[in-house]
Design a protein around this ligand. Structure first.
Ligand code: SAM
Length: 295
């Protein structure tokens, strides 16, 4: 099980304007897709890797007026997250259930959920774990059910013209560590958050696991210095980017080198603020056929 503290250094990033806006845009699209099909109402929603419940809260915000509020299940492997999610959601969610589990190991009754949301979390898992997770999600979804997910950590998230920024940042971060006498300690494997799998991987995985992919799109976001510092200071991300260094030291070095790398490679917005464009992949998939026994 993941270190409880490690997952929570991501939360300051979740509080940035960039993060809120892009997730609002994406969740609005998702709810729009459901209402555009005019199908049956959503009775039960499962929010995977819920964190503090941001995605399910947005989902409820955008539900069409007149739709009954669905039952909500929030799942996370981190207990601290679940406690915070409960505090945030309790005032507005009538029927809220918390599930302390990994996505790979969750064991909800087959066909019991109409909508599964997995916001900003699929990239934490390696390919094998993603496959187990998707098998579980498919089993849990009802026929015609919806699976929505997004990520800013796939190959296409970093457009080619932004790669010099990331390279410069890493070069400067290695220099930062060296200047402080921090040496590389070899590790056996690279954390999944450093893997940046391509969108084609997600497309094929979904199809192999029996999902119909309805939409796979990039939403471009201008990520400014503070948000870049939060992403960079995220221990799992920094450990992937500066593979082999102590994760906390890597996170500090990555955070501290955002500004100088941004000065060299950033783009100026209309307010003269520097940013790096980044793509958020958003995906809409559905389940139409029940899972074969034993699959
Ligand atoms: C970046 S937060 C995303 C929170 C929220 N879904 C959002 O989009 O803002 C990632 C969350 O994923 C959880 N997580 C990571 N790997 C997980 C896994 N295999 N199973 C369940 N939760 C996981 C972490 O504990 C953390 O709360």
């Amino acid at each position: 099980m993941e270190n409880e503290q490690a997952s929570y250094d991501y939360e300051p990033f979740a509080a940035t304007a960039e993060y809120k806006e892009v997730n609002q845009t994406i969740v609005r699209r998702w709810v729009g897709a459901i209402s555009a099909r005019g199908g049956r109402p959503v009775r039960r929603v499962l929010d995977l890797a819920t964190g503090v419940g941001t995605m399910v809260e947005l989902f409820l915000d955008y539900l069409p007026v007149g739709w009954a509020q669905p039952e909500v299940i929030c799942l996370d492997q981190n207990e601290t997250a679940l406690i915070q999610a409960r505090e945030n959601l309790r005032p507005r969610v009538k029927n809220l259930n918390l599930l302390h589990s990994t996505v790979e190991e969750m064991n909800l009754p087959p066909g019991s959920v109409d909508v599964v949301i997995w916001g900003n979390g699929i990239h934490y898992l390696n390919e094998g774990a993603q496959e187990s997770a998707l098998r579980n999600i498919r089993r849990t979804l009802t026929e015609g059910g919806w699976f929505f997910f997004n990520s800013a950590f796939c190959f296409e998230s970093r457009p080619p013209q932004t790669i010099p920024f990331y390279r410069t940042q890493i070069r400067k971060a290695v220099g930062y560590l060296r200047a402080r006498g921090v040496m590389r300690e070899e590790k056996e494997s690279r954390p999944a958050a450093g893997n940046f799998l391509p969108e084609a991987h997600y497309q094929m995985l979904l199809q192999r696991m029996g999902f119909a992919v309805e939409e796979m799109k990039d939403v471009e976001v201008r990520v400014h210095q503070t948000a870049l510092e939060h992403i960079s200071g995220f221990v799992q991300y920094a450990a992937g980017a500066l593979h082999g260094y102590r994760p906390e030291a890597a996170a500090e070095a990555m955070r501290e080198t955002v500004e100088p790398a941004l000065k060299e490679h950033g783009v100026r917005d209309e307010n003269d603020q520097l940013y790096i464009p980044r793509n958020w992949m958003e995906v809409i998939a559905r389940v139409f056929a029940p899972l074969a026994a034993g699959a």
